[in-house]
Design a protein around this ligand. Sequence first.
Ligand code: NAD
Ligand code: MN
Length: 326
Amino acid sequence: MKIAIVKGDGIGQEVIPPAEKILRHFLPGAEYFDVKVGYEKWKETGTACTDDDIKKLKSADAILFGAITTPPDPDYKSVIMKIRHELDLYANLRPVKGDGFDIMVVRENTEGLYSGIEEIGEERSTTLRVITRKGSERIAKAACELAIKRGSTKPVVIGNKANVLKSDVLFRDTCIGVCKSYGLEYKTMFIDALTLDVLMQPSNYDVIVTTNIFGDILSDACGYLTGGLGMLPSANIGDAHAFFEPVHGSAPDIAGKNIANPIAAIRSAGMLLDHFGYCEYAALVEKAISASVSMGVCTKDLGGNYGTKETGEYILTEIIKEEKSD
Ligand code: NAD
Ligand code: MN
């Protein structure tokens, strides 16, 4: 197995090393290699992500990614969007887990309102919202596969706005068809009411599948249910590539101080392990994180006074302890 490590900018440089260490602990036989992309690289070389970088990323089975700074400079093109597009990472998986709830937001990642097809004018600007049967089908399949893998006892919820957006009729009905073909229960809900209900009654939900912008907003809103940005991991999955990253960005305000919470990055490594079938390793990672947080070994954002490095080291020690007691 080949694993590309991209630390990126800002706190990406700090939160990825402890996550990589944990990956290496579980998968010592894998081949690891660094790929340097991002704003720092752009400042040094004029290019944030070269074709050769994309080639290297494509050669990996999995990518562990930190974060990248996107400056307001109009000449700078988003590296993340380029990677998502080039590697066709169509399924954005964002788990939101807490006391009594375990939700997986499955967001379509390549089309919808983020199609990039826009006409900008002084008096009128338009963005084309693209929904295709193929795009809807593959994201619905990803959601159904996850529902099965998670042993979900709740219906797959299809978040949509088909009452107003006629393009969502195609999305909704395609998802319904896929759920039926898997023999899974499903429920359709309008995205606005759904978002409120998820926040009020999170334990009623498991897998939620939705289009690009709705999934973006819903999953960020769900961050409210957990301990904030430093806790949230994500995966971007395509048929040929798999990319794992914390939800947070490069956090320039706290970079270089050894105070960033490494848990979102470590959880992203856990999602990588889970994705490749190492479910018991992923469970150990979660267990060790819970142990560390409940012992008060955590960073400032969670009320602790441990550094990024120290928290990461403690979590690894907990993992080793759990393994010995098994
Ligand atoms: P951010 O997620 O970097 O930071 C938001 C706030 O949360 C900051 O106050 C930060 O200190 C805090 N925070 C974030 N992660 C934390 C962690 N692990 N531990 C403790 N506190 C944490 O978002 P932003 O400030 O809007 O963006 C900063 C830069 O990151 C921008 O250039 C933006 O474009 C980029 N960004 C990149 C990604 C990505 O690479 N996927 C995602 C979001 C933002
Ligand atoms: Mn977002």
